[in-house]
Design a binder for this molecule. Structure first.
Ligand SMILES: Nc1ncnc2c1ncn2[C@@H]1O[C@H](COP(=O)(O)OP(=O)(O)O)[C@@H](O)[C@H]1O
Ligand SMILES: O=P(O)(O)O[C@H]1O[C@H](CO)[C@@H](O[C@H]2O[C@H](CO)[C@@H](O)[C@H](O)[C@H]2O)[C@H](O)[C@H]1O
Length: 561
């Protein structure tokens, strides 16, 4: 049987009978998967103390073939265990490419798990996304809405409105899109029409339907919002008595040169070059773009607010006590973790970040008071399903317009948290934070502004940000229209926006401390802005009997111009 003395995988079984060779499976689990999976961008457990990988379930997908061979790919559901905390499950499709196969030499090295011999046939075990036969089989099954029975349940392939009837039997080309992200992206082209479909194969699996499929299929099939890539289908693993698990989703392919993060960065270059000359310039077309994004965001939320859909998963809901408690619990735990993280990393921060961190620490009681206010204040605005992880990087720029992508929700949240309804102002807050990031990163990270006083840069970037924020917000609110059941009145809009801005900036603080310490001051500055607003509300409210002293914002001024 399996020869465990060889470094490479070798089995007397044929590839198609791999599952029968328990020794080979064990070798994969212990010797091949750990180094391979740890090198994959999509594996989120790299920093955790690992306790091993286990192949939990194996599905089979037969390749399309004229010559009656029974070649196939296996979809491995791999469980990653850790010393602490919950296990995770990942999707790993594998295929065997024989040495003589014409594609064998062109497989991307990062897709090769191991050399292998199966029944004396030599070749490579590869991530099947790099195998054209697997991609063709996926497309065929989706286009023809196949159901494939498996030993654990079945795989069902669903076709969405976005897949054109003419393309069901069309001649299809395919490739892997070279984006390094938390999932894998495959692109399918139709002859004479170029690349037309984008299939995202999810890697980390949820115990339920992926929120992205809920949202994208709802927007495509039940609304006329056209600024997302239309839903073209999905791959679902169905089992008796347990929720369906989404393995992949196909959408229309969007031709785009860049996302809005890099487009905003380009626009900011003009602004940046003028700063050393003490000129404040924003081109009109920048305002036009921001206004358009505000309108598209509003239209997306109007499409998600559909009182007539009859689908309870999308029905609007009030600000219940349960929801408020959920937000508060989550925020308080986040806040505690962030304070600890700041304390642990304080000495590594630059002086500006240190003074911002200091004011943030001082503001603890004021934040607690604000949280209490959120617990008890009457709120008549409504909550709906939203994008959930909305920032400039999630909006593709198509030239004259925008297409919104990646409806998977917040990376750190559990699947049930991602399906919770929020005020759409949570998305709005995400985009506002992103504009703040864009200008701060540009002004504080460019050589053009290296010799300029930080206080001056701060004021200039604040001016840019406020103009852009207001332009975005005005266009957004105008699109929603007033009165609208989503927003009771402008007081509630302002209050809720602060809640979500604070939550987002506190979340970002952790992301930056862990990944980009030089950017820690960006979310800290965002937190300061919210704190200032909270303080204004406090001062303006004569009924408030708060003993809290005013914050020492003056600490932040390093030098007056
Ligand atoms: N429908 C699409 N058409 C063209 N490119 C797309 C499409 N959807 C996503 N992309 C590209 O793939 C990248 C990753 O997609 P995204 O949905 O953000 O996946 P992930 O959740 O894995 O980050 C995007 O940044 C974008 O460049
Ligand atoms: O895009 P992801 O879903 O992986 O989100 C994570 O990474 C984002 C950075 O790419 C991070 O976003 C933050 O930085 C952006 C600029 O790089 C900025 O536009 C966002 O507003 C800001 O939140 C996100 O927080 C993190 O979860």
């Amino acid at each position: 049987m399996f020869d465990s003395t060889a470094t490479n995988l070798s089995s007397r079984y044929a590839w198609n009978n791999l599952i029968g060779d328990q020794d080979a499976i064990r070798f994969l689990e212990t010797a091949i998967l750990p180094p391979y999976v740890n090198a994959c961008r999509w594996f989120a457990g790299k920093a955790r103390q690992q306790a091993g990988f286990r192949i939990q379930v194996v599905h089979e997908i037969a390749f399309l073939s004229d010559n009656q061979t029974d070649d196939k790919a296996f979809l491995f559901i791999v469980e990653a265990a850790y010393a602490d905390g919950e296990t995770e499950r990942y999707l790993l499709p594998l295929s065997f490419v024989e040495a003589g196969h014409p594609d064998a030499s062109s497989i991307a090295p990062k897709g090769i798990l191991t050399r292998a011999d199966f029944d004396q046939e030599s070749g490579l075990v590869v991530d099947a996304i790099y195998d054209e036969r697997f991609r063709q089989a996926l497309y065929f099954n989706l286009a023809h809405q196949q159901t494939l029975d498996q030993t654990s349940g079945k795989l069902t392939f669903h076709r969405g409105k976005g897949l054109a009837v003419d393309d069901i039997n069309g001649l299809i080309t395919s490739r892997v899109l070279p984006v390094d992200s938390s999932n894998s992206a495959l692109v399918f082209g139709v002859s004479d029409q170029g690349e037309k479909y984008f299939l995202k194969l999810y890697r980390k699996l949820f115990q339920e339907t992926n929120p992205e499929v809920d949202l994208v299929s709802f927007l495509t099939e039940k609304s006329n919002f056209s600024h997302i890539p239309a839903y073209a289908g999905s791959v679902i693993w169905e089992q008796e008595g347990v929720p369906d698990i989404t393995l992949g989703m196909m959408q229309r392919m969007v031709e785009n040169q860049q996302d809005s993060w890099s487009q905003t960065g380009d626009y900011l270059n003009d602004f940046l070059y003028a700063v050393p000359h003490r000129l404040f310039t924003i081109r009109e077309d920048v305002f036009d773009r921001v206004e358009l994004l505000g309108r598209r965001t509003g239209q997306m939320h109007l499409a998600l607010y559909d009182p007539d859909s009859g689908d309870p998963a999308f029905a609007a809901e009030p600000f219940t006590d349960d929801y408020r408690e959920f937000i508060i619990r989550r925020f308080e735990s986040l806040l505690e973790r962030r304070y600890n993280l700041l304390i642990d990393n304080y000495t590594k921060l630059d002086p500006l970040a240190q003074s911002l961190a200091w004011v943030f620490m001082e503001a603890k009681e004021m934040i607690d008071e604000f949280v209490d206010d959120f617990r008890t204040r009457p709120l008549e605005s409504l909550r709906i399903r939203i994008h959930g992880d909305y920032h400039l990087g999630q909006v593709l720029a198509t030239g004259k317009d925008f297409i919104i992508i990646d409806f998977e929700g917040e990376p750190e949240s559990s699947i049930s948290e991602r399906k919770i309804k929020h005020s759409p102002l949570k998305d709005v807050a995400g985009m506002i934070r992103s504009y703040h990031y864009a200008v701060s990163a540009k002004l504080f990270g460019s050589t053009e502004t290296a010799g300029i006083e930080p206080d001056h840069l701060q004021r200039v970037s604040e001016r840019w940000f406020k103009l852009i924020r207001d332009t975005y917000m005005d266009a957004y609110l105008e699109t929603i229209g007033s009165p609208h059941p989503l927003f009771k009145n402008s007081n509630e809009v302002n209050f809720l926006l602060l809640v979500y801005l604070l939550e987002k900036a506190v979340y970002e603080l952790g992301y930056e401390i862990s990944y980009r310490p030089a950017w820690v001051k960006i979310p800290l500055k965002g937190i300061m802005d919210v704190i200032r607003e909270i303080e204004k509300i406090r001062i303006a409210d004569p009924t408030r009997n708060s003993e809290l002293p005013l914050l020492q914002m003056g600490l932040l001024q390093t030098k007056k111009e």
